[in-house]
Design a protein around this ligand. Structure first.
Ligand code: SF4
Length: 526
């Protein structure tokens, strides 16, 4: 299987994928053989393989899983659309030869509920449509069709033709006010400037591992125009002097992977930049925590995706110990347009005193869910009315999530707050990756909150106790008919204060916000 592929440690996750794809699982014998090939201790190969949800490790004497797996997303948007009932129906309909498995958000929330037959998404899914896909042998995702390479890279070519220097690029991004749109919101121009000032060699990482329940914008942007993201990446690499670019794409996006691979081939055939930096397309393996930049870097190095302690920051010592520029897909998607149209164009786009544009992923009880390009600072009410055709038939707004599972939860009475970085903190919430999930008066808020907390419990990497035990304990507390608000508050504070990374720090957010804005939930109201 490996043929003449290099046996480098950083390719361990890639090699595990090769085996999993060929055999449908990772047997003890295969792991031992891989360890020998790669000259790694078996324990290390095992610990990496068993860390990621997408690898099926079968211990010696254990039973291999059925050949076919149907994953049913049970994260919030799909749960609202009936994922539980779908799992039950599929188990009845498909029988024991097919494994039906609940999986976390697969990034298609606008078409909920979603099921995935091996790599073939069925969206929206009904039991009958999934059974038909199984019967018809549909297993693969249709590759995204890359945009035309001849129309791309114009901004980069123009920058080079004009002899622009990197400092003017940093200044333009700073003036535009572009911030990291993966969720952290760090000013992009400043980040590029910081990395450029570090000693060479420097490396670049594109974070395409969006896994926040409710977030699917990066998938849509990469499907629609991969060259635009690649152009943003190349401009970043050129301006900061990065010699290699690593694109870490979540494994769920098989169609994007195929489209991106084609787009990279087309780019290499007619490079706008000489020399073209090394471009490495890498595949995640089903671990939400790898969206955290230092965990992502661990994964790129062929290890478990466990966040690192900081300092040092990845800008100083990131991938392979080198200064590393990490940018989210959407951030890079905006960069070429800002440089082509000027920073004032972007900065002038906001609403309600905010500036810029961004891609909102909207799902839940709206008439037309999807990715909406809208001004930063737009309110939820405006977003739903102007971009989503209003609330879905028969639904009245009750609550909404501004930033996916970790961004918290707000009541309908706050639907006129501007949606942007820093505007929601006073209410205990964060916009994060702008994954807006809309809930109505028909929805069970208790069940919604439990769904979100359980997601974090399943995705905790287990490295630190406040998060590992805290998420489990929160989930248990939520199973009680009456919620112990004082105990939940104490636990939430400990988790926010003492967890190593954002996952554990944000995990109690939806619950804390729910108690704050819907205190009746404590007594058992739904
Ligand atoms: Fe891992 Fe959670 Fe600790 Fe983050 S907070 S390092 S996910 S255990």
């Amino acid at each position: 299987l490996l043929a003449d592929a290099p046996r480098r440690r950083d390719l361990l996750v890639e090699h595990l994928h090769l085996i999993q794809d060929a055999d449908g699982h990772l047997s003890a014998a295969m792991l031992a053989a891989l360890a020998e090939e790669m000259r790694l201790p078996q324990a290390e190969v095992f610990e990496v393989a068993s860390f990621y949800h997408h690898f099926d490790v079968v211990k010696e004497g254990g039973q291999a899983p059925p050949e076919l797996t149907v994953g049913v997303c049970d994260s919030l948007s799909c749960a609202l659309a009936g994922a539980d009932a779908l799992v039950g129906r599929l188990e009845e309909l498909l029988g024991a030869s097919v494994r039906v498995r609940r999986v976390p958000c697969v990034g298609r929330c606008a078409q909920a509920p979603v099921a995935v037959v091996q790599r073939h998404p069925v969206a929206p899914a009904t039991a009958e449509r999934v059974a038909a896909a199984v019967r018809d042998g549909l297993r693969e995702c249709v590759p995204a069709n890359p945009s035309d390479v001849r129309q791309a890279y114009r901004t980069l070519r123009a920058l080079l033709a004009q002899g622009r220097d990197a400092a003017t690029v940093f200044a333009a991004l700073e003036e535009a006010g572009l911030r990291g749109l993966g969720g952290a919101g760090f000013p992009t121009g400043r980040k590029w400037r910081i990395v450029a000032a570090e000693p060479a060699p420097r490396l670049m990482v594109v974070n395409a591992d969006e896994g926040e329940p409710g977030t699917f914008k990066d998938r849509v942007l990469l499907e629609q125009d991969p060259h635009r993201v690649l152009e943003g990446m190349l401009i970043g690499a050129w301006a900061t002097g990065c010699t290699d670019c690593y694109i870490y794409l979540r494994d769920e996006y098989a169609g994007v992977r195929a489209g991106l691979a084609r787009a990279i081939d087309a780019l290499r055939a007619d490079p706008p930049l000489h020399p073209l930096p090394g471009i490495h397309l890498r595949r995640g393996a089903g671990a939400y925590v790898c969206g955290e930049e230092s965990a992502l870097i661990e994964s790129l190095e062929g290890r478990r995706g466990v966040p690192r302690l900081r300092p040092p920051y990845v800008a100083q010592a990131g991938l392979f110990g080198r200064p590393t520029l990490v940018n989210n897909v959407e951030t890079l998607w905006w960069a070429p347009e800002i440089l082509a149209r000027g920073p004032q164009w972007f900065a002038g786009q906001g609403r309600h005193g905010r500036s810029g544009l961004r891609a909102f992923s909207v799902s839940g009880r709206v008439r037309q869910p999807g990715v909406k390009i809208a001004p930063a600072g737009i309110t939820l009410r405006e977003l739903v009315d102007e971009h989503c055709g209003g609330m879905a038939e028969g639904h009245e707004l009750r609550a909404w999530l501004p930033g996916g599972a970790s961004g918290g939860l707000l009541p309908a009475s706050m639907a006129d707050l501007p949606l942007d970085f820093d505007t929601l903190q006073p209410h205990g919430c964060f916009i994060g990756s702008a994954a807006v999930i809309v809930l109505s008066r028909q929805d069970d808020l208790r069940a919604a909150v439990r769904n979100l907390v359980r997601f974090f419990r399943n995705e905790s990497c287990g490295q630190c106790t406040p998060c590992r035990s805290g998420t489990a304990r929160l989930d248990e507390l939520l199973a009680q008919p009456r919620w112990d608000g004082a105990l939940i508050g104490e636990l939430a504070t400990a988790m926010a204060d003492a967890s190593i990374c954002g996952l554990g720090q944000a995990a109690p957010n939806p619950l804390v916000c729910a108690i704050r804005h819907f205190p009746e939930l404590l007594e058992g109201a739904r």
